[in-house]
Ligand binder design. Structure first.
Ligand SMILES: NC(=O)c1ccc[n+]([C@@H]2O[C@H](COP(=O)([O-])OP(=O)(O)OC[C@H]3O[C@@H](n4cnc5c(N)ncnc54)[C@H](O)[C@@H]3O)[C@@H](O)[C@H]2O)c1
Length: 272
């Protein structure tokens, strides 16, 4: 449903890898709502070529940038402002990757070089994006930055590995930078803590199917889809949520406030 919620707004969308990506769905909805934006991803991800289809659909361009490399980000931000013809109103940080998780290293047997990569890609990259935007004065007042996170940043979820620490750091950057950017330029920064979602990043987690099924059975509304996450993100980019900042916002069908559900209790009753 197009309401022109983002008419006249400009942005950067990080992290659309394929049609399952949360960022991909968000780009389509942002386009539908009248926004102009550039797409970006790591050069290695661009080689798949999928993102060009999305760019075509949204009438935009793709600017390569490794989100861990400050020079890439500086160039990206400058080029985006130039291409879009003005400062930005929104940024989506939808980036996550852990070499430890990908290579099956458990939390008690981490490779520390990879751990640093996990933190750099999945958490510090948000700080780097924000610092680059702030230094270049690239975001308009009341602009909105959204980062994607998962509840394993707050609670223990075996199998999520060092990504849990990355998400906790990401959420902390949301709060800390949210203070500084809000104070200086009225830019708001929030994270969305999304349900398990069938994407490349999601299904890389060991036991992902169980995470997915468990969360679905625990949540009164069931798991939130990537499409629904994109809708929620659009509201945060819009002017209807101007005073929401520094928050970790659960978008999880109620999962985060549950103790146990009747469905789960019945599962154990039946197994006796
Ligand atoms: N899928 C889930 O279950 C789930 C749940 C909660 C939160 N999230 C979060 O949502 C976000 C998006 O993930 P997704 O599920 O859409 O999966 P995805 O695999 O489609 O997206 C992850 C993106 O990160 C990009 N990326 C990795 N390294 C990068 C780098 N160095 N520079 C720039 N980009 C880089 C990838 O190319 C990819 O586009 C991530 O932060 C993820 O942790 C996912």
């Amino acid at each position: 449903m197009a309401n022109n919620l983002l008419a006249g707004k400009r942005g950067i969308i990080f992290g659309a890898l394929d049609a399952n990506s949360i960022a991909w769905k968000t780009a389509l909805k942002a386009h539908e709502q009248g926004a102009k934006f550039v797409l970006t991803n790591a050069p290695v991800a661009l080689r798949m070529g999928e993102i060009n289809k999305l760019a075509e659909q949204c009438g935009t361009i793709v600017i390569p940038a490794d989100a861990t490399v400050v020079e890439d980000l500086d160039k990206l931000v400058a080029q985006a402002v130039e291409h879009l013809g003005g400062k930005l109103d929104f940024v989506l940080h939808s980036i996550g990757m852990s070499p430890n998780v990908r290579k099956g290293k458990t939390y008690t047997d981490l490779n520390y070089e990879w751990f640093q990569k996990t933190l750099d890609i999945s958490a510090l990259s948000l700080h780097k994006v924000l610092q680059s935007c702030m230094k270049q004065e690239a975001i308009n007042e009341w602009g909105s930055v959204v980062a994607l996170t998962y509840i394993a940043g707050q609670r223990a979820f075996p199998g999520y590995g060092d990504m849990a620490d990355a998400k906790a750091t990401l959420e902390s950057i949301v709060r800390s930078f949210g203070y500084y950017y809000g104070n200086a330029k009225k830019v708001r920064i929030n994270s969305i803590s999304q349900s398990p979602t069938m994407t490349t990043a999601g299904s890389g987690i060991k036991g992902f199917d169980s995470f997915f099924g468990f969360a679905d059975k625990m949540s009164p509304l069931g798991n939130a889809s990537a499409d629904a996450c994109a809708d929620y993100t659009i509201t945060l980019f819009s002017d209807l949520t101007k005073y929401v900042t520094m928050q970790n916002l659960y978008h999880d069908g109620g999962f985060s406030n549950m103790g146990v559900s009747e469905v789960m209790m019945n599962t154990f009753a039946e197994s006796k």
